[in-house]
Design a protein around this ligand. Sequence first.
Ligand code: XMP
Length: 546
Amino acid sequence: MIHPDAPVTASSAAAEIVDEGAPITIGPSGTRLDEVVVLDYGGQYSQLIARRVRECGVFSELLPHHVGVEEVRRREPKGLILSGGPASVYAEGAPALERELLELGIPVLGICYGMQLVVLDQGGRVEGAEVGEYGRSTLTVTEPGRLLAGLPLEQPCWMSHRDTVFTAPPGFTALASSTVSPVAALEDRDRNIYGIQFHPEVVHTPFGQDILKTFLGEVCGCAMDWSAASIVEEQIARVREQVGPKKVICGLSGGVDSSVAALLVHRAIGDQLTCVFVDHGMMRKDEGAQVVKTFRDHFRVPLVAVDAEERFLAKLQGVSDPETKRKLIGTEFIRVFEEEAEKLAQGGEGAKFLVQGTLYSDVIESGGGTGTSTIKSHHNVGGLPEDIEFALVEPLRALFKDEVRAVGAELGLPERLVWRQPFPGPGLAIRVVGGEATKARLDLLRDADAILQEEIRSAGLYRELWQSFCVLPDVRTVGVQGDERTYGWVVVIRAVTSDDAMTADWARLPYDLLETIAARMIGELREVNRVVLDITSKPPGTIEWE
Ligand code: XMP
């Protein structure tokens, strides 16, 4: 599905990019933070490795493998991890190991493909095995060495490889084998080079985190005191330095990214920041009021709240095509935002900086944190104009989503906002399906959605779901209520679990809960006489209906 408001991003040529994606290495007291670099050879779990390292209390960045030795050296990491990857080390064009990476004077841990690269380079034997080893396997430790010290001699581990290490290179000690791999872990203690064939970062390797801790603490000597919250102070200092006395504007959507970014910047520069919240009338029940209450009343953040419902409804009149809806909403959003920015500039100096809730995953997607900076394309605020002339302030660009939540909690953001499920920029308009998003239909959907959210929250399931919402198709069905025949609207319940929205599974909500929800919707909403459940996963379905 194309989301036309998604690509409305400022081109890097048009936007003056200030943050060059410099490594986050300065701690609150001006000290250097210990950092471990993960070089990404294309493995599906590479991001997860960086996250697990951070969970151990060590700041970690994921860089594409081709950044080169100098880039790694520049970051002065305390250790280096080489990730897994989909290629065979013998495949044409497969990423090779730059030998100098092993000569930086810092410990190196190769994982899966990363280990095979090391073995191949150092003169061991790697070959394509007859059978690959995929999924659960058993690791048998023959010599714990430094890396596996203190762990059970027999333990489950998760494998995903065809090439297999048959012999460790000279100078290396084989530490363990697995069901299929003669050498599943090895080390050269003197040169501080380590390798494991299995994936320590996935939950199916129960001692994986212990192995990472040993590598980070014992081997690399990292302090292990980093936390997402510890970067608050650092970012505050950085924002102050970046913007000086200038004015800053922030498009606030009420989503967790823009909320945390706004709060952090407000901590840094106080009333130099103005937030603009555009209520397009497609929000969920009471959402606008909640954002205003939280930011203006509670945090005392200068906030311009624009009630633009009528404008947006007028634009949507007679429109039923989903992509047209998105485009109209995206464009109108930009207009309102620009008008507000102009109003703020009248009679004084306009804002020079724009706060964006860019996350680390956006940075990785746009080039791996190697100096690239693009305006976030997932457009929580609905998309921004191409010729925008702001410099970007991106205080979250080093953080993963769960870390942003931790920072939000640290800054005192209410639990409800910290844990808010993702919500699409065009809002409820793309959930009024197959027809025009009129005020009446949006209100009905809003009421149904409020019942769903209330029940899911009180069942304690809200955080477990990636998204839960209602869809209102342009369909009426016959029912019987009391002694009367009815002809009412159908409400669809959509609830999914997911890690990243790329794939999703329909959530197995308890039947009793579903019954309560359906009974409430039909009882409390006069026009609704039927409730159905969407049991489509993604793929083949998408999460939204439009
Ligand atoms: P789909 O429906 O493509 O959605 O599986 C994946 C994720 O993207 C969200 N989504 C949008 N977000 N503007 C947005 O800001 C949009 O037009 C849009 N369409 C879908 C959706 O809610 C899910 O989280």
